[in-house]
Ligand binder design. Structure first.
Ligand code: B12
Ligand code: SF4
Ligand code: SF4
Length: 313
């Protein structure tokens, strides 16, 4: 999405930037942006420099080199562009990262003991988060343009943007050993979204890694999908196998998969930082009980549950 008046020249006359290009009122804008984001249902916000994730390219290439992306060929398309927001959009000057809490109100792994029922991971139990978050990001971006001008692009999940390193650089949390971003306030349960803008906004400090000697997530993985701390082989990950992988699930993973038919939460749920988490407040992301409690052998179960189940047989 691009919008509003383009370029810094236009902004200099605005209420937020002085004629010499400095941004004396940017801190006030930052505060009001955070307030508006909260009103729109976001739980975390941070701003970073587009150049802040310089190291991500090397790691992305190491990931691709060992084939850890499996059939997700789109991850290998132009890694230079994916790992550098400036290559994606040369005019971007600040990256605003947003997080939305989708913390479950029960133990997300309890369903795994009910072997005749289908386990759908927490992130897929409510409305599609892509639609919800994209809509809110656009609303926030429109507010920003109305207040301070500039151009924007919004992203959630599907574009060639490395959201976890960017969110960590923006201080929302840190990339844990399970490779997801962990928040001190929301544990493993934050969806991420990004607004790229041509505005120069004040930066937040990155958050330091707080995993320490913990390795709960690594040890919890039923398919041993971690090559090493901070390194996932997606080809062994149940989330990949049930969502991205085409064709039957390889035999070696079927027993470990159990009744999981869409995604997996084990490494997320194992994180001790979840003790600070609280239930998500966004009703549209809340679980639809009927959906995740489907009986695997009930012929009236959802089509995807049935397909996944028969593929496992
Ligand atoms: C591809 C993808 C997947 C793939 C691959 C996951 C992965 N870890 O790469 C699969 C299908 C497996 C997947 C699963 C899940 N995903 Co996903 N996925 C993505 C996507 C589209 C891109 C991630 C990516 O860039 N991967 C490439 C790797 C290289 O990048 P990385 O994970 O950041 O890797 C870093 C480190 O691991 C390390 N590293 C990697 N390799 C190496 C090698 C060396 C030598 C070293 C030192 C370091 C190192 O450095 C890298 C760069 O910082 C993002 C959305 C986005 N556009 O960012 C969502 C996203 C990461 N997914 C998300 C979610 C919720 C999930 C699941 C929890 C869903 C579920 N319940 O089933 C699982 C979690 C599985 C897991 N343990 O990662 C959320 C995570 C939110 C958060 N708080 O972090 C995201 C951000 C979507 C969103 N907008 O909210 N996902
Ligand atoms: S999502 Fe499940 S299978 Fe994938 S790495 Fe985490 S625990 Fe392992
Ligand atoms: S479970 Fe432990 S090692 Fe894994 S992300 Fe959480 S704190 Fe880090």
């Amino acid at each position: 999405m691009a919008g509003g008046r383009a370029g810094l020249a236009d902004l200099c006359g605005s209420r937020f930037l002085s004629a010499d290009g400095a941004t004396p009122l940017a801190a006030d804008l930052r505060e009001r942006l955070a307030r508006d984001a909260q009103t729109l249902g976001f739980d975390a916000i941070g701003i970073t420099d587009p150049a802040a994730i310089d190291g991500a390219r090397v790691n992305l290439e190491a990931f691709l080199q060992v084939g850890a992306h499996g059939e997700m060929e789109w991850l290998a398309d132009n890694p230079g562009r994916r790992a550098d927001p400036k290559v994606m959009w040369q005019d971007v000057r600040s990256v605003i990262m947003l997080g939305m809490n989708y913390g479950p109100d029960d133990d997300p792994t309890a369903i795994l003991a009910e072997r005749s029922r289908a386990a759908i991971s927490v992130y897929a139990r409510g409305d599609d988060y892509h639609d919800l978050i994209k809509k809110r990001l656009k609303q926030l971006a429109r507010w920003l343009i109305a207040e301070a001008g500039g151009e924007v692009k919004v992203f959630v999940d599907t574009a060639a943007v490395m959201e976890k390193p960017l969110a960590s650089a923006a201080g929302l949390g840190w990339q844990g050993k399970h490779t997801n971003m962990v928040s001190r306030e929301f544990g493993s349960w934050l969806f991420l979204g990004a607004i790229f803008t041509t505005l120069d906004l004040p930066r937040d400090e990155p958050m330091e890694d707080r995993c320490g000697s913990c390795r709960s997530c690594l040890d919890s993985c039923p398919t041993s999908a971690f090559i090493a701390p901070y390194r996932l082989d997606a080809r062994r990950c149940i989330s990949y196998l049930t969502i991205e992988h085409k064709g039957p699930i390889p035999h070696e993973f079927r027993k470990a998969m159990g009744n999981r038919i869409y995604g997996c939460d084990d490494c997320l749920a194992a994180c001790p930082w979840n003790k600070f988490a609280h239930d998500g407040h966004e009703a549209k992301l809340a679980a639809r009980t009927r959906l995740f409690a489907r009986c695997l052998r009930n012929p009236r179960s959802s089509a995807s549950a049935a397909i996944a189940f028969y593929a496992m047989c």
